[in-house]
Design a protein around this ligand. Structure first.
Ligand code: MOS
Length: 764
């Protein structure tokens, strides 16, 4: 599957119309709350609303008496395992009386009623009694282990890397550079809140329709909670209005609550979260505190030591795989001989942290990139030069000692932003501006990152995907994959790959909503893996179909090389052609099988968890970014003026989609860096809607956002493609923080860089 990156294709790499654009614009697209069934009940949740305590009693009598209430369900009504959690199963579905509540959003009961407002009113009428315990609210308190969130230590998960002798080198170094950094929560702020409908179906099981990234996770969770075999749980993803990691494990929980109502009532049950409940109870990006020690030898990074403390909240759920990414990315995109990293996942009595675009890496990339700039400044080295000297390149070894042999675009992304931003001139102009202005100060910041594509050694058993492709008698094509569209453009990429391989026109290809009844477990739609995994599976299935079609011509040998399939035509080498549709008709007349499956799984990675050494991921994407900001030194507020970003994606299957991802990721990363500040009091989230949790709007988007795509083909990827979903966000916090640091002449050590924080630094 080695494709030359300079090869031109008829569909791949071209500008096409997004396949799901029309229905999303004209309103025909079905999102979770557009699903409606006869006799459907609407659900609401009864939450603990205490950070830590023992659940003493649940009194539903007053709520049951409310007209329109159809049922109220507690732990006693759970038919199967009362247990949730995707990677770590440490979370109750409904808290049992006598057991602990561990955060404000723990669910105690599910109310079902004829409409949503009745359900919500009744949920408020359920009386629960909780004997409060002292909560663990900070990383420092968690580390003390005086109050325990679970039965054993609050330090639940640890991972490490020991490459070379970082400690020895640092302890003996003449000069070392140290830094402590903190990155706060980030909320996904998807447009569509969590929502599902669970329906008793004609296969005597349950069909789930919902907004989600991972239908197979939902299928597994409901099978356990309802105690039914997996063939009685069918999950169909509805159109999903954004996810960003926030719909990775969470929909399994949302679906479980609704399923308990559906099972007990034998009626369709719908649960749609309000924005407040969604913000209060669902996962966020992990807050991470990091301590760094670094030393240099002749401008080269010689040794690095990192300790990262991750706030997992009340339940660990996905934290182990998030942490694997924190571990591998903590030393940045650099070739360093001596690396020591320790990561700690700590329980606290707060909202469980989980998956979020970048998955544990933006926090540490912000830290290493900030420290690197600080070192460059102190040593009088150009920040561009220090990165160019140290970046990973072909032949380098990563922090985990993985030898990089192909598709290493880091040096090129650095070269591109150096050129597009006019690096040296931009800095000079900015200094000039600052000499002439007092209140407004400008700064330029650079960042450079790498990203391990897919789940890697931290989750190899999930790294696979299936596909099913069927050609109908009229030549129209049906594609079924296990990966989900959540707005990122997966359906368009998949349709393009099918169109490229079959030669059928793009308009005649339909990519179905994922349905567990048709495609086997394809792992989760996460980790920027869908183009590679579902893409390769579809490619395989389509190649087999093309083989079949080629064989249909009598007089032609069964070799598709003699036939060119393009733009709805099959063209013979002599120049004759037949339309794709006619060829299919002919195949049907001859009873030729026109459906095929495809499967892609990762080659086995060799990794030693004890030392943290080995092949961490199948490949890496790279990015470099320069931003210019303006800080108002009176108000402390920051605006990004310009941004130049370059991304090595292996191959842009859909360049328009790649650009869209980079634009969106940039804005989301900018929000994380500057504006989004989740406020909590006693474990309760105070900023629980977008009037208090401030995300960027179109007004904050920099006027100049220059995007460069680098294509260093990845030999295993379809047409050379790697991933872009998450790397689009990852360089942003670091570049913005470095730019603000230059503007104010003080080092930024936390995100978000709020006006209050900036003013504090200036006054210091
Ligand atoms: Mo993602 S943050 O890998 O869903």
């Amino acid at each position: 599957m080695i494709d030359n990156k300079t090869e031109e294709f008829s569909v791949v790499g071209r500008k096409v119309k997004r396949v799901d654009a029309l229905e999303k614009v004209n309103g025909r697209a079905k999102f979770a709350s557009d699903i409606l069934f006869d006799r459907q009940v609407h659900c609401a949740l009864v939450l603990a609303q205490k950070p830590h305590g023992i659940l003493k009693s649940i009194d539903t009598s007053r709520a049951r008496a409310i007209e329109g209430v159809e049922g109220i369900f507690t732990w006693e009504d759970v038919p199967g395992e009362n247990q949730l959690g995707e990677a770590v199963k440490d979370m109750p579905c409904l808290v049992k009386t006598g057991d602990k509540v561990r955060y404000w959003g723990d669910v105690v009961a599910v109310v079902a009623a004829r409409d949503r407002s009745t359900a919500e009113a009744a949920s408020r009428a359920v009386k629960i009694e909780i004997e409060e315990l002292k909560p663990v609210l900070t990383l420092e308190e968690a580390l003390k282990d005086e109050v325990l969130v679970h039965q054993t230590s609050n330090i639940k998960i640890t991972k490490r890397i020991r490459k070379g002798d970082a400690k020895g080198v640092l302890d003996n170094a003449a000069e070392i550079f140290e830094g402590e950094f903190y990155a706060h929560y980030q909320e996904h702020a998807y447009l569509e809140p969590q929502g599902v409908t669970v329906v008793p179906d004609m296969d005597y099981g349950y069909t789930v329709y919902g907004s989600m990234q991972c239908p197979y996770y939902v299928q597994g969770a409901l099978s356990r909670v309802l105690s039914l075999p997996m063939n009685r749980i069918r999950v169909i993803q509805t159109e999903t209005g954004g996810a960003f990691g926030g719909k990775e494990d969470v929909p399994s929980y949302v679906a479980a609550y609704a399923a308990i109502a559906a099972w007990n009532l034998k009626r369709p049950a719908q649960l749609i979260y309000s924005r407040e409940i969604d913000l209060q109870t669902t996962s966020k990006r992990h807050p991470i505190k990091t301590l760094y020690r670094v030393c240099l030898e002749d401008k080269k990074l010689k040794a690095i030591e990192v300790k990262a403390y991750m706030d997992m909240g009340a339940y660990a759920t996905l934290s182990p795989i998030v942490m694997f990414r924190t571990l591998v990315h903590a030393a940045g995109a650099y070739d360093i001989e001596n690396v020591s990293v320790d990561t700690y996942g700590l329980y606290t009595n707060k909202v469980p942290a989980g998956a979020f675009r970048g998955f544990g890496s933006p926090q540490v990339l912000f830290a290493i990139e900030s420290l690197l700039d600080e070192i460059a400044l102190k040593k009088g080295i150009d920040p561009m030069e220090i990165r160019q000297l140290n970046t990973l390149r072909v032949g380098s070894r990563t922090a985990t000692d993985q030898l990089l042999l192909d598709s290493v675009g880091g040096p090129e992304t650095l070269a591109r932003v150096k050129e597009s931003s006019n690096w040296h001139e931009l800095i000079e102009q900015t200094r000039q501006y600052n000499r002439n202005h007092d209140q407004k100060k400008r700064g330029v910041g650079l960042s450079h990152i790498y990203y391990g594509v897919s789940l890697g050694a931290g989750g190899q058993m999930l790294d696979k995907s299936g596909a099913h492709v069927l050609i109908n008698r009229d030549g129209s094509v049906e594609v079924r994959i296990g990966g989900t569209e959540m707005g990122q453009g997966a359906k368009t990429v998949i349709a393009m790959i099918a169109s490229q391989e079959l030669g059928q026109r793009l308009e005649k290809i339909l990519v179905h909503q994922p349905d567990t009844a048709f495609v086997p477990d394809s792992g989760p739609t996460v980790a920027s893996r869908t183009t590679i995994y579902s893409g390769n599976a579809v490619k395989t299935a389509c190649r087999a179909l093309k083989e079949k079609l080629a064989g249909v011509f009598s007089g032609f040998p069964n070799r598709n090389n003699d036939l060119l399939f393009e733009d709805g035509q099959a063209i013979v080498s002599s120049g004759e052609s037949v339309s794709f549709d006619e060829l299919v008709e002919c195949a049907y007349a001859k009873n030729v099988k026109l459906f095929e499956t495809g499967w892609y799984e990762t080659p086995k990675l060799s990794f030693d968890a004890q030392s943290g050494l080995g092949e961490a991921y199948i490949t890496y994407s790279y990015a470099s970014q320069v931003v210019q900001v303006e800080v108002d030194t009176l108000t402390g507020s920051t605006k990004v003026l310009k941004a130049f970003t370059a991304h090595d994606v292996g191959r842009a299957v859909n360049p328009e989609g790649v650009i869209g991802q980079i634009q969106g990721g940039f804005v989301q990363g900018m929000g994380y860096a500057l504006y989004e500040n989740l406020k909590l009091a006693n474990g309760r989230i105070l900023s629980d809607n977008f009037n208090t949790y401030i995300i960027p709007t179109v007004r904050e988007v920099p006027e100049e956002l220059v995007i460069d795509i680098v294509e260093e083909a990845f030999s295993e990827g379809p047409y050379g493609a790697k991933g872009i979903g998450e790397p689009s966000l990852m360089p942003v916090p670091a570049s913005v923080a470095n730019a603000v640091s230059m503007a104010i002449g003080k080092r930024v050590r936390q995100i978000p860089i709020t006006p209050e924080y900036v003013l504090g630094l200036i006054e210091d």
